[in-house]
Design a protein around this ligand. Structure first.
Ligand SMILES: [Zn+2]
Ligand SMILES: [Zn+2]
Length: 297
């Protein structure tokens, strides 16, 4: 199988990182998308993957950096002649989100206009995603893959459930955290995984800055905590992702982030600090994700 890190950034418009999105491609050619932040569809095309061939989408939670690419993905794969309805899995609230987008929602006019073309009348199901709101446990399976999900600790659950996943396919295990603080559910999802793809949003010093400056924040995992978690889970390899712009040199991002990040410390050198902190507790193969990174398993 092949894993393509389509987007490895977080909530801000980062010139160097698209938002969270991971594509899993099995040897049988089927593609499974995990999160669909801004830029996901264009990144698929850059990776030589037709979005119309991506049939399954799993949304970890409803923060916009994980879902705002969904309408563009669905609409552009309609225009790329998708056949069949996209299958979308996500937390409670996913159905409402999807229902507000297409024929009865935000893109009603576009769909009405574009449907005048003969070709667009041939695949109306492509813009009618079939939504499954999931519960912890086995959330999807076919002959070649099983996807398990469990609650992780990120947004208060009464506002939005947040899921991590464990994927079993081709005799391998891949776990993906979504966004979360370190939690037991993620340790279990990642148990003996061949690859753990885990969020690592801020370095330790940035977390401390946010704590001291009293910035409201949702729970994330620090590099030191991630190293501990990966070792406890027995993960055979680790890929850290969902980087919160701390490596950016963009003046726009620095100005925008001035209230909540220590902007003088931002820059690519932070990646060395992140790696060293993960390494305090984890000695297996380590990758720090970048957009379009490809991992073969
Ligand atoms: Zn996020
Ligand atoms: Zn989030």
């Amino acid at each position: 199988m092949k894993i393509t890190l389509l987007g490895t950034g977080a909530a801000l418009a980062d010139p160097d990182r698209c938002q969270s999105s991971i594509l899993l491609t099995l040897d049988n050619g089927r593609h499974y998308l995990f999160d669909c932040g801004e830029g996901a569809t264009r990144q698929m095309v850059r990776a030589d993957i037709n979005p119309a061939d991506v049939g399954w989408v799993f949304l970890s939670h409803l923060h916009y950096d994980h879902i705002c690419g969904l309408p563009f993905f669905v609409l552009s794969s309609w225009v790329f002649n998708r056949t069949g309805a996209p299958q979308v899995f996500g937390p409670r609230g996913t159905r409402s989100y999807v229902e507000h987008l297409f024929e009865k929602g935000a893109f009603k006019v576009d769909i009405l206009a574009r449907s005048q073309y003969k070709l667009r009348k041939s695949n109306p199901e492509a813009i009618l995603p079939e939504v499954t709101e999931v519960k912890p446990g086995l959330i999807y399976q076919d002959a070649d893959i099983k996807v398990y999900a469990d609650w992780v600790e990120h947004i208060p659950r009464e506002i939005c459930e947040c899921f991590g996943v464990r994927v079993e396919a081709e005799g391998k295990v891949i776990a993906f955290s979504g966004d979360t603080a370190p939690c037991e559910a993620m340790v279990e999802l990642a148990r003996d995984a061949d690859l753990l793809i885990h969020e690592c949003t801020f370095p330790e010093a940035f977390i401390e800055h946010r704590r001291k400056s009293n910035v409201g924040t949702f729970a994330h995992t620090s590099p030191t905590e991630l190293g501990k978690l990966a070792t406890r889970a027995g993960a055979k390899s680790l890929c850290a992702t969902h980087f919160g712009h701390f490596d950016s040199l963009s003046p726009v991002i620095k100005r925008a982030a001035g209230a909540h990040l220590p902007v003088d410390e931002m820059g690519p050198h932070q990646m060395d600090i992140v790696a060293a902190d993960i390494r305090k507790h984890y000695r297996g193969p380590l990758r720090l994700a970048h957009d379009l990174m490809r991992i073969d398993l």
